[in-house]
Write a protein of this length. Sequence first.
Length: 408
Amino acid sequence: VFTPAQVAQAPEDPLFGLMRAYRQDDFDKKIDLGIGAYRDNNAKPWILPVVRKADEILHNDPNLDHEYLPISGLANFTSAAQKLILGADSVAIKENRVTSLQTISGTGAVHLGALFLAKFHPRQPRPTVYLSNPTWANHNQIFTNVGLAIDKYPYFSPTTKGLDIDGMLSSLKSAPLGSIVVLHPCAHNPTGVDPTQEQWKQIASVIRERQHFPFFDCAYQGFASGDLARDAWAIRYFIDQGFETCVSQSFAKNFGLYGERAGAFHFVSGPGAEAQRATTNIASQLAILQRSEISNPPAYGSRIASIVLNDPKLYAEWEHDLRTMSGRIIEMRRGLRQRLEAKGTPGTWDHITSQIGMFSFTGLNEKQVQILREKWHVYMTKNGRISMAGLNTHNIDYFAEAVDSTVR
Ligand code: PLP
């Protein structure tokens, strides 16, 4: 029997605990800046207009049924997903050295990649996985759960509230040869701080020099800048440089398909005579891993994304929807910075507009976060991260006032 002593009570997931506390608060001006999901200007979830259209197309399809998808997922979806993230003219696609599987959103993609590396990485013992400090908290658990050792590289500088590029490069230089390095190609979670293209080149050069293995986790393509190609630039650059890499891709944020769990995992082999055969073998092993984990991925979200991605007109409408979301977030960044600067709130606030994507690392400390929650009913994670999508024209004044009062 499992006694309570054998199985200890696990701590509640901090983010989901925060959501629960928010729901239980009945103050009318409460603000939820915790969860990383887009909200419209009325703080409501937003169904993308193009998703509504695709949904209608799907439901009018007389051939629609509820059969299983293949193990590797819907082929029209994975091929479009591949082109979306690697670029339609990707040399790796042309050379048939990419294998793609549909996964349980981005989480499932990171997991499948982690599991594959844990089982098949050619080196014994397996290399350590280097994660940015800080990173999406789930990275720690996902890589640890498959038995890989994890470590950190510096990323965020609390003084500049920007990228600690020197710390990052020197840490990657001193990491053991051939380590696995997890990178966020755009809209870094939780900091909102991304390397510039010049900095990406420096990062690639150190990764090359140290023969590290880059693993890209892309959860916000198109959501960061509003430009799909720009947000995928780093991945495409590394592939053009001939790196072998893993890419996880989420459609949760950029399609607003959070609960439908649409995502893809791509393994890109490096160029060379053996690349095609290696890719075929890797594909066969990934299929076996997928079969034992989930048998086959869920159909609905991938059908929606596939309809949009494979139709030029709907694709253009999707790009418009992406600009609506990223544009509103950029507006909120400007608005918040402007309000804090106008009030003369102690500290500097330019990082609010230089950071990008769903989140901003405000620099507010744990004590201030607590005051904001207890006195002002503003909910955010302890590290001072706010989800920019939680701000809107109705609550931004209240939030700026709350921050100003708390910081003074
Ligand atoms: N990776 C990062 C960096 C994320 O921020 C997220 C979502 O917050 C994910 C992956 C995965 O999200 P999902 O599994 O909902 O696609």
